[in-house]
Design a protein around this ligand. Structure first.
Ligand code: APR
Length: 189
């Protein structure tokens, strides 16, 4: 079961699933600054993609140091269906007064820019920062959807997926989508 919208020429899909199984050209990882892996979706992507991904992350950190919050780096996809993994570092929720909203928006923008720079046409996002980093789900969903909707109006993609891991998260995103896309005069197709 998925919810589809079209923003200009970009297809936006909201679905429940496992991001490691998505066949978009790139998938986004909810990483931490060390880029050395972790639990949650970070652990799942490294497990499914294999050691090559961590090797590339180590080379990036050796060259450029840790990835700041709000920024992202790109590696190959290893054994994944996706050709690329974009490792985005979202903010830890600290109550909402430490610039978390803007840092989360930056994590999405950094991911979109990296994909656009490489001519990547399809991309899957997890619900960045809403797990271990404890960002409120409904707030994160609105930031994610509005940031992507704004971006693709100027720089379209073929398809952008929001891949939720639980029914609860899917519901949060569907509710947020109705609110965000109504502002853009859009309804699910
Ligand atoms: N596919 C899609 N979504 C998933 C998957 C998966 N296979 N596994 C987990 N998720 C979801 C979680 O349910 C949550 O909604 O990804 C969302 C983000 O949760 P986390 O993975 O905990 O990421 P985040 O909250 O951004 O915390 C990042 O956790 O794993 C560590 O190394 C990571 O330190 C970093 C921190």
């Amino acid at each position: 079961m998925a919810m589809n919208y079209r923003v200009g020429s970009t297809k936006i899909v909201i679905l429940k699933g496992d991001i490691t199984q998505q066949d978009t050209e790139a998938i986004v990882n909810a990483a931490n600054s060390s880029l050395m892996g972790g639990g949650g979706v970070d652990g799942a992507i490294h497990r499914a993609g294999g050691p090559q991904i961590l090797e590339e992350c180590k080379q990036i950190v050796a060259r450029r140091g840790p990835c700041p919050t709000g920024k992202a780096v790109i590696t190959g996809g290893g054994r994944l269906k996706a050709r690329y993994v974009i490792h985005a570092v979202g903010p830890v929720w600290r109550g909402g007064e430490a610039g978390e909203d803007e840092l989360l928006r930056q994590a999405y923008l950094s991911s979109l820019d990296l994909a656009a720079e490489r001519g990547i046409r399809s991309l899957s996002f997890p619900a960045i920062s809403t797990g271990a980093y404890r960002f409120p789900k409904d707030r994160a969903a609105r930031i994610a959807l509005s940031t992507v909707a704004e971006y693709v109006k100027a720089r379209p993609f073929e398809e952008i997926r929001f891949v939720l891991f639980s029914d609860e998260d899917l519901q949060e995103y569907e509710e947020a989508a109705r609110a965000v896309f109504r502002r853009h005069g859009l309804s699910p197709s």
